[in-house]
Design a protein around this ligand. Sequence first.
Ligand code: FBP
Length: 344
Amino acid sequence: MNQPSWSPPDASKAGATLETFILEGMFQVPGATGMFTSLLNQISLACKLITGRVRRAGLADVLGWTGETNVQGESVQKLDIIANETMLAVLKRRGHCMGVASEELDNAVLFPQARGGYLVVVDPLDGSSNIDVDVSIGTIFGILRMKPETPLSEESFLVSGRNYAAAGYVIYGSSTVLVLSTGKGVHGFTWDPGAGEFFLSHENIRCPTRGNIYSVNEGNTARWTPGVKRWVDHVKQENKADGRPYSHRYVGSLVADAHRTLLKGGIFAYPADKKSPKGKLRLLYEANPMAFVFEAAGGRATTGKGSVLDIVPTELHQRVPLIIGSKHDVETFEEFAKQDPEGA
Ligand code: FBP
């Protein structure tokens, strides 16, 4: 009788929840206070609550706009507010978060009573334009270390991405997956609603050095610089030896386009253009967390002119061009971007 080809899942991973994984990380840090661990667990708790609301959105009258616009001039969705308030409430409760900078808040919220020296930056619900049509959306977060001996203020958030202690995102897609990096490696955890836990499902994610997918909103072509136009023409050209033409994929949710690019390789680009001369995506809570994850996974993150993580922000909601993906593909983009005159 033929042996069955299927073999049971690796039982040793059964217990690998996000919580145990974070705790094990803490035990490896001499003198760890547990504050950082607690903060990571609070963020994952908030995302568990948000995934519950997102999954039932159509049944709970939480779809659609609030009629408000946020500091970015964008119409705010009801779920944006629910996700933002959920994240704030969870982070405030335990007193291990000194403050939060969020896409949905004009100013940072400070918790002077808190301890630990950590700040959180967050895009509570990314991909707002896709919420009502049930296309993948997400939450993006970063944890910053405050500069020692500096007073807690909004300026405390204006540090380069090199000061992030951890970053990641959660994708609310066909399954809910939390991707996390503390700078050394990147790991993915899939949400099991039955057990109410995130379980390790993608250990040590490495972004392939090269891919064959490019992701950009081609609706902006007329607004692009000549260098960006030439880059898109290049990836579309037939060249078997060079694995071109690339396929085009664009969801319109940064988390979804980045997650695919991280796992499969290739490149996601939201370059500066005539409509968004500084780029569209926000440095603190969109570009930096993604750049932190991609660099930790062996990928690359650039504005086209330099590394995203080296930028020292001057404003809380500062925008930047964001190009992330496989090292080879992002370097190719930079070759074309370099052809554009400064300030193009
Ligand atoms: P928010 O939805 O959090 O405001 O994020 C902005 C965003 O939706 C990104 O997720 C996405 O990559 C980009 O804007 C899509 O922009 P566009 O519709 O111009 O292509």
